[in-house]
Ligand binder design. Structure first.
Ligand code: GDD
Ligand code: MG
Length: 353
């Protein structure tokens, strides 16, 4: 049975301020932690045992997923005291793997079919298979050159201009044979992308490249985080397929317990999470995601924005292309646009329903 290792230890610096209180893998995508959605996708591909490799805010991840029983999977944890890098994190999880296994970065929104990827890996008789996606600007990624038989010729992490002419990049999804562990030094911080892959190629190991043509986005920045939501809402991406689909042609998805005043206006595509209240004269949407237990007060406007949970938007406030983290309170008649909003002052004692 194939197991998966999820690399979830990064600090998520580029996603601040969303990652001040949460580690990146727990940041909600359509109201549920990204990693939960990844695990559900793995499960639907027959992978029901995962190992999560943590460092930054480990406890948060463990408290959320526990042993995985609620999601119907088995979850183990390997935690680092100081960050080991992506290579070191893989080596650190060695005891869990004695057969072909999958490794994933934990900030990827994609509808990749892991079953197909594993089959492909088996057909290529390689030590590792790297899933690749094609992007316009590869400079922030691991850039891959490969031959006509889809074996990798070079791997350059975040190359300088002119260092690589390929537009195919490492999608942060791999299949490995357990022999990979012999090639990673123990108890040492080391990067899979900067150190291990180039060394494996130098030593003549066979690394296969899998060209993935479906939806792929890493949510490493706030801009990409909001883009992922827009793509999911406009159904360009199937990442959230387990939520069920709205039959509504306007693409308005409303969870249970939501109260919408008849004089409120909801413009799809929109998602409204459990027990949220929308008052008279409020306008919500398009391209907005409202989390659970939110209060959207009279005459407020929410456009292209993502609100997490327990947010109060007071009368007449306007939010445009903004992300508001949980437990925030937005002043009446304020106008906030293109902002990642985080505000500690009102976190306690919210009684929304
Ligand atoms: N356990 C552990 N320990 N995990 C780590 C550590 C560590 O020290 N450092 C990073 N990670 C995890 C992060 O949590 C993330 O899920 C993954 O490893 C990759 O780290 P990022 O910080 O997101 O890397 P990146 O986005 O700059 O680049 C990576 O992803 C690109 C695709 O999005 C590379 O793999 C690139 O080659 C790739 O193209
Ligand atoms: Mg990343």
């Amino acid at each position: 049975m194939v197991k998966a290792l999820l690399l979830a230890g990064g600090k998520g610096t580029r996603l601040q301020p969303l990652t001040y209180k949460l580690p990146k893998p727990i940041v909600p995508i359509m109201g549920r932690p990204l990693l939960e959605r990844v695990i559900m996708n793995l499960k639907s591909n027959g992978i029901d045992e995962v190992i999560i490799s943590t460092f930054y805010k480990s406890q948060h991840i463990k408290n959320y997923f526990k042993d995985g029983q609620e999601l119907g999977v088995k979850i183990h944890y390997v935690s680092e005291i100081s960050p080991l890098g992506t290579g070191g994190a893989i080596k650190n999880a060695e005891k869990f793997f004695d057969d072909t296994f999958v490794v994933l970065n934990s900030d990827i929104v994609s509808d990749i079919n892991y079953r197909e990827l594993i089959e492909y890996h088996r057909s290529k008789d390689a030590l590792a298979t790297i899933a690749m996606t094609e992007v316009d600007n590869p400079s922030q990624y691991g850039v891959i050159e490969f031959d006509d038989d889809n074996y990798i010729k070079s791997f350059k992490e975040k190359p300088r201009p002119g260092e690589s002419s390929s537009s195919w990049i490492n999608a942060g999804v791999y299949v490995f044979q357990p022999e990979i562990f012999d090639e990673i030094p123990a108890k040492k911080a080391i990067s899979l992308e900067k150190d291990i892959y180039p060394t494996l190629l130098q030593k003549g190991y066979r690394l296969a490249a899998y060209q993935f043509y479906g939806y792929w986005l890493d949510i490493g920045t706030v801009e990409k985080y909001t883009k992922a939501h827009k793509d999911i809402l406009s159904r360009r991406c199937d990442f959230c397929r387990f939520d069920g689909k709205s039959e509504d042609s306007d693409n308005v998805i409303v969870a249970e317990g939501v109260k919408i005043h008849p004089e409120a206006e909801i413009i799809g595509p929109v998602y409204i999470g459990k027990n949220t209240v929308i008052e008279a004269g409020a306008r919500v949407g398009p391209y907005s995601v409202i989390g659970e237990n939110n209060l959207i007060s009279k005459n407020s406007r929410i456009i292209g924005s993502i609100l997490w949970d327990n947010v109060i938007v007071n009368d007449g406030a306007e939010l445009i292309n903004t992300v508001v983290v949980s437990d925030c309170c937005i002043d009446s008649n304020s106008r906030i646009s293109h902002t990642a909003y985080i505000n500690d002052v009102y976190t306690e004692g919210l009684q929304l329903i």
